[in-house]
Design a protein around this ligand. Structure first.
Ligand SMILES: [Zn+2]
Length: 210
């Protein structure tokens, strides 16, 4: 078990393995979050030392703390529809990296994402949504590939979800802040997709620049 106070001492690889192990417990229904008691709350009143930052979607079916079986103080979570990067999100990520020094950052997309479906609909059929929704989708559209129209809607959606995760990863990787972290060698950034039908989190293999 990872103690919340040990979190900051994990390496990025250990942090990723901790998340994957937590997702396995979640799948086996052997979750341990009930182990967090008042002492933890009191200890955490001093400071937070989360071992990972998660940028995920607001979708009610994908709460990172539950699907990774983590407790109070362990994850620094940012949720926004479509797990997009915006100035506020970038600022929150920068805060996590600079001040909390979380060794791992995960961009977590999920299958069946409504925001991605809406962006695909805008791209392929020109559908227009309400103004602020459309502004949100503008953060997704540049990362969507031209999809083979012979693919099934499910396959198209799945590829779009993965592309969107990779797009968010690329935007972080292109920032000077991230380059500085990479040079220091202690932080890792990964993309992942939550499989809505199984509950499994699939870590995406890294790719080079497009
Ligand atoms: Zn979503």
């Amino acid at each position: 078990m990872t103690d919340a106070h040990e979190g900051a001492r994990l390496t990025a690889d250990e942090a990723l393995e901790t998340l994957i192990e937590g997702n396995r417990r979640f799948l086996r229904r052997e979750t341990r979050t009930s182990a967090f008691h008042r002492e933890t709350i009191a200890d955490l009143a001093e400071a937070q030392r989360p071992f990972a930052t998660i940028l995920g979607c607001s979708d009610s079916r994908v709460p990172p703390e539950l699907i990774f079986d983590t407790g109070l103080g362990e994850l620094f979570v940012i949720r926004v529809a479509g797990n997009v990067i915006s100035p506020e999100i970038a600022g929150t990520l920068q805060y996590a990296g600079t001040y909390l020094e979380t060794p791992l950052c995960v961009i977590l997309g999920h299958e069946g994402c409504g925001a991605i479906a809406a962006a695909l609909s805008t791209k392929q059929e020109g559908t227009r949504f309400r103004s602020r929704v459309q502004r949100l989708l503008a953060n997704i559209l540049p990362g969507l590939p031209d999809l083979d129209p012979t693919l099934t809607p499910e396959e198209q959606s799945s590829r779009a979800v993965e592309s969107n995760v990779r797009y968010s990863v690329r935007q972080i990787e292109e920032s000077p802040e991230w380059r500085a972290r990479v040079a220091e060698g202690w932080m890792k950034l990964v993309g992942a997709v939550y499989e809505i039908e199984t509950g499994r989190v699939r870590v995406l293999s890294p790719v080079g620049p497009p």
